[in-house]
Design a protein around this ligand. Structure first.
Ligand code: DAH
Length: 344
């Protein structure tokens, strides 16, 4: 009797175990089949009413049934665990060969594009490109450019000093003009270079100013260079960069490192010189500063001003890009908003 019942219980139990679809299911089935309240457990109570021999035999059968069920459960558990592991691995797998549609390739920043175009124009005019350090010393940034300590023109440049060495001896260059000095120190004339790069001012950013921006510097040192060469060079550059029909003009100004000094302006590219909102009805847009290199500056660069003369100029690259593309707020250059950047 008991034997038949046990046999039935076992085969039905094994069926159930094999039907368990998840480890969770299997745990519940195990509890039902082998737990304290299981049918199998109730057999142990029934054994008490049997005589000794029968009890021995029946006990053995009960243990057998338990072992069979336990084995089936263990096997099923191993199978399910392996399946779940595989499933997890498959879900976590990274397909490194997958090719996703690219939402569009990036491109160089507007400032970089403008710098590259300017370099191209000047290289086309026979210039070389030079570079200098952004962390500069007081001597190159000011003193060698004819601004000794306490010179009032230093206040034109709101300077960020670095906490290196003597107080106020190392700074973030406020303009690209110190590269003039470095070029003169390392090269012998004739010199025809442009030096683009990042410069810094202790300034609160606003729609027309950034605390870190870019300039391009020009320096020519040769025999018999005159103010006429400067004016002609600015005109040639203006034509090459903005296209034929644009012109330039110089207006007297002051910079400590040039004498005489001038500000240069170009024909407003929006109205062609007729006068509009962008140029405040003047027909001209101011671009930068220029002049004949001061003899003190040539001397600081190790060049004899009796033998050589030269001119220099400098202007803002970001400002030029802002003007050309009519960007309202220069701070947008630094926000990295793809909607702004992708327009250029
Ligand atoms: N360094 C000047 C500035 O940042 C710009 C400048 C003016 C550069 C005259 C020159 C120059 O080379 O000759 O305001």
């Amino acid at each position: 009797m008991i034997t038949d019942e046990l046999e039935h219980l076992t085969s039905a139990g094994v069926e159930r175990v094999r039907a368990a679809a998840t480890l969770e299911d299997l745990r519940a089935t195990e509890h039902e089949l082998l737990g304290k309240k299981s049918a199998l457990a109730s057999f142990n109570q029934r054994l008490g009413g049997l005589d000794v021999e029968e009890r021995k035999e029946a006990g053995r059968r009960v243990n057998e049934a338990r072992a069979t069920l336990q084995q089936a459960i263990d096997d099923r558990r191993a199978t399910l665990a392996e399946a779940e592991r595989r499933h997890r691995l498959e879900a976590d797998r990274l397909d490194l060969t997958e090719v996703l549609p690219v939402p569009g390739r990036g491109h160089l920043h507007l400032t970089t594009q403008t710098r590259d175009e300017l370099e191209d124009v000047f290289i086309g005019m026979g210039y070389q490109v030079a570079e200098g350090p952004e962390a500069e010393d007081d001597w190159h940034n000011f003193e060698a450019l004819n601004m000794p300590p306490a010179h009032p023109a230093r206040s034109m440049f709101d300077t960020l000093y670095l906490d290196v060495g003597e107080p106020e001896s190392v700074l973030l260059r406020t303009h690209t003009s110190p590269v003039q000095i470095r070029v003169m120190q390392s090269q012998t004339p004739p010199i025809y270079v442009v030096a683009p790069g990042r410069v810094y001012r202790y300034d609160t950013p606003d729609p027309r100013h950034l605390a870190a921006f870019h300039q391009i510097e020009g320096l020519v040192v040769d025999k018999g260079i005159t103010f006429g060469d400067l004016a002609g060079t600015i005109e040639a550059f203006t034509n090459a960069y903005f296209g034929p029909g644009t012109h330039s003009r110089l207006r007297p100004s002051y910079f400590p490192f040039t004498e005489p000094s001038a500000e240069f302006e170009v024909t407003c590219i929006f109205c062609g010189g007729d006068g509009c909102r962008v140029c405040s009805q003047t027909g001209w847009i101011e671009l930068g500063g220029c002049g004949m290199v001061h003899p003190n500056v040539l001397r600081a660069g190790g060049i004899d001003p009796e033998e050589w003369t030269g001119f220099a100029f400098g202007f803002g690259i970001d400002r030029l890009a802002q003007m050309r593309h009519q960007v309202d707020d220069m701070r947008d250059f630094l926000v990295n908003d793809i909607r702004f950047l992708s327009q250029f």
